[in-house]
Design a binder for this molecule. Structure first.
Ligand code: TRH
Length: 358
């Protein structure tokens, strides 16, 4: 695959828990396919794709991770998503292919370690570095770290080329009506979360004003049902495709999101959002959260809200803010979104990176 040419990409993904690993891998796969590449997605549990991507995608084929030991024939680029443990036969096949290519004076197969998204400053320092290779079976393999991120000196954020045009043409009244969700102009809050400690407080606040709460399927639905608080209008959504999930966020006046992929989608949606990072020990989670809030240039009320929502600080959630997000919240998200939109998306950067290292 010469620079800019189309090629065959192998993305390896293991589902740890939740949906982010597969969600990000799928978006990456489809966006590469959208640019004419052929993608093989090797995944150990593809079951969530039944609702996340019911129509599949032309140019992307799904393969059982466990079969890679038998079926893998090296393509042009390998993506090891989120430190999954690569099958030994794959490592051996790539090392062998690289030796053959080197003997013929050709380039090796680029092997990219795609990492988790963070706004922390070390990301820019680590992005693009060569990743250590440990002799033995890996001898002859060349690997690089690729870190998604929020600034020009990182791997960027996934964004489909036509996303913003679709967002601009979106009409939430029509979409809600089509889904059979009654809406009379009241503020809409969407909720995709783990088990936040102050959930009841949020639900009680929604009771005080007219509000429509759209709750994502899975853990968010279970958490709201367990809270048993609030009589406001709550709609429990089924699992929907990624495209529809985006549209849920496009409906929101305030979006509660979690993990990695929905954070980026909330940014593209453009309304104020509240983020719950994947649960980790407080210091790690706090650093991740603070870095994002710094990048957002978030006002103090939004920072405090996040700290309480994530259980990093005790105190009152000031949950009413979610119902009528202050102008300052809206401004900071709008400005951050404009900054992010001025940058190239992740796939453009990845293609440039691969062309450079070959
Ligand atoms: O599901 P998550 O909590 O995933 C997490 C994080 O990515 C975290 O960083 C990682 O360490 C952990 O998994 C293993 O949240 P996230 O990242 O927002 O991914 C959710 C995906 O599911 C996203 O692609 C959107 C998709 N989705 C739908 O398409 N339809 C739905 O109805 C729902 C609820 C989700």
């Amino acid at each position: 695959m010469a620079g800019g040419a189309r090629g065959t990409w192998d993305i390896f993904c293991q589902v740890i828990d939740n949906y982010g690993d597969l969600g990000v891998s799928w978006r990456l796969a489809t966006q590469l396919a959208g640019r004419g590449h052929s993608v093989r997605l090797w995944v150990d549990d593809a079951s969530a794709l039944a609702w996340m991507a019911p129509g599949g995608c032309e140019g992307v084929s799904i393969h059982a991770f466990a079969r890679a030991d038998r079926d893998f024939v090296p393509g042009d680029v390998v993506i090891e998503a989120f430190g999954c443990s690569m099958p030994q036969a794959v490592v051996g096949a790539i090392a062998h292919a690289n030796r053959m290519r080197a003997a013929g004076g050709g380039d090796g197969i680029p092997w990219i370690n795609l990492e988790y998204l963070s706004a922390e400053s070390w990301v820019a320092r680590s992005h693009g570095l060569a990743s250590p290779v440990h002799g033995g079976a890996e001898a002859g393999i060349r690997k690089w770290f690729f870190f998604p991120g929020f600034t020009e000196d990182t791997g960027g954020l996934l964004r489909e080329p036509d996303l913003m045009a679709e967002r601009a043409g979106f009409d939430r009244a029509t979409w809600l009506a089509r889904r059979g969700i009654a809406w009379h102009g009241e503020p809409i809050v969407t909720l995709f979360c783990y088990e936040p400690p102050h959930l009841e407080e949020l639900l009680q606040a929604l009771d005080r004003g007219p509000a429509l709460l759209l709750v994502a399927a899975g853990r968010a639905t279970a958490a709201v049902r367990a809270a048993q608080a609030g009589s406001h209008r709550t709609v429990f959504l089924p699992f929907v495709s990624q495209g529809e999930f985006d549209r849920v966020l496009w409906c929101g006046d305030c979006n509660f999101v979690r993990g990695e992929d929905s954070l980026v989608r909330a940014l593209w949606a453009g309304a104020p959002f509240v983020w719950q990072p994947y649960p980790q020990e407080d210091a790690v989670l706090g650093a991740k959260l603070a870095a994002l809030l710094d990048w957002l240039d978030a006002p103090e009320s939004l920072r405090g809200f996040h700290r309480v929502w994530n259980g990093l600080e005790s105190g009152n959630l000031a949950a009413g803010l979610a119902l009528t997000p202050p102008e300052a919240w809206r401004d900071s998200v709008a400005r951050a979104r404009t900054r992010a939109l001025a940058q190239d998306d992740l796939v453009s950067r990845l293609l440039r990176f691969v062309a450079k290292i070959r």
